[in-house]
Design a protein around this ligand. Structure first.
Ligand code: NAP
Length: 309
């Protein structure tokens, strides 16, 4: 097989965190052959199998396991869970300069604030993730598109550059002029789905209970008040729409927070419910229901973190 041509725009890309999301992005970018992709991982890895809607393929991987071996790159794709951002700090320190752009493929609404302390002045592109990624083994991921676009970024220079970077992969990137609405809309789904499945230890079928539906609407109304003040252009019946969407997820599926709780791992709390409560505090809007969920989830997640170390 002949080598792919080296274009003048050949870029260096580091993917930090090779779970369902990062493994998929790293595999698809490597397959294009257009750029130099390095995986930053905790355990050695030589190859990666990626399963997608068009079948499976395998790519050889360039992987580093020690941040001391990392060099500055053009792009970093940060794909750890949000609560693992600090632990990825040593990677970001070595990979980033002010000429680097970091795309954060993570949940939440505060990507820039979360990541800025680690990236040496690099530009940051917040990316909402709409594909389902699952790591089946350390060297094997499966992804499933679940919406028209797999990634959403703001319509600015960084967002447009990220869309161009991913342009040769099957992941569609929507560049949105109303990112604030879209990021809150996604957070609202997580505002009920993650806490309620994790606290009840039940899958999405729990949303068929009338009492859970009433509670969900109250949590969403509260979060929606904060979102609107933050600039999100939500529908009048946004809470009902979100609940309908969550009820449409497979009854037997569940959230990463539910699975993390089952496995006794810490989970994404601060970036989801924590972000709603923090924004409420910033704007002077009371969020007692989300605050209650936050306290309960924090207590469990922080205890899990202690027993993990
Ligand atoms: N998966 C989905 O379908 C989905 C959908 C929408 C949004 N998201 C969001 O996307 C983000 C990534 O999710 P994910 O599902 O891909 O998470 P994940 O499967 O847990 O993967 C995270 C990866 O980060 C790695 N990691 C953590 N700390 C690290 C460090 N210090 N250095 C190197 N690697 C490190 C982990 O490595 P180890 O294997 O060594 O632990 C793991 O492979 C999250 O914010 C999530 O909420 C996910």
């Amino acid at each position: 097989m002949s080598e792919p041509p080296v274009s003048p725009q050949r870029l260096s890309i580091a993917v930090v965190g090779l779970g369902g999301i990062g493994g998929t992005a790293a595999g698809l970018l490597t397959r294009t052959g257009l750029h130099d992709v390095t995986a930053c991982v905790r355990k050695p890895l030589e190859r990666l199998m990626v399963e997608g809607p068009d079948g499976a393929f395998e790519v050889p991987l360039t992987a580093l396991t020690d941040p001391a071996d990392a060099r500055p790159v053009d792009w970093v794709l940060l794909c750890t869970k949000t609560h693992e951002t600090a632990s990825a700090g040593p990677w970001l320190e070595r990979l980033c300069t002010p000429s680097t752009t970091v795309a954060a493929l993570q949940n939440g609404i505060d990507h820039v604030e979360r990541i800025a302390p680690y990236v040496n002045g690099a530009a940051i592109v917040p990316a909402l993730v709409y594909y389902n990624g699952e790591r089946l083994a350390p060297d094997h991921v499966r992804y499933k598109p679940v919406s028209e676009n797999e990634l959403v970024v703001p319509d600015d220079a960084g967002g447009r550059a990220f869309a161009a970077l991913m342009g040769d992969t099957p992941l569609h990137v929507l560049v949105s002029a109303d990112f604030v609405t879209l990021k809150w809309r996604k957070l609202l789904v997580n505002a009920i789905a993650n806490p309620i499945t994790a606290l009840t230890l039940q899958r999405f079928a729990v949303f068929e209970r009338p009492d859970i539906q009433l509670l969900s609407l109250a949590i969403l109304d509260e979060a929606g008040r904060v979102a609107r003040v933050d600039g999100a252009g939500l529908h009048d019946d946004e809470s009902q729409r979100v609940l309908k969407m969550v009820r449409g997820f497979g009854a037997n599926l569940s959230t990463s927070t539910y699975f993390d709780r089952l496995a006794g791992r810490p989970f994404e709390v601060e970036a989801l419910t924590g972000a709603i409560v923090a924004a409420g505090e910033r704007y002077g809007i009371a969020t007692p229901l989300n605050g209650l969920l936050l306290t309960l989830l924090r207590a469990i997640s922080e205890e899990n973190a202690k027993t993990q170390t």
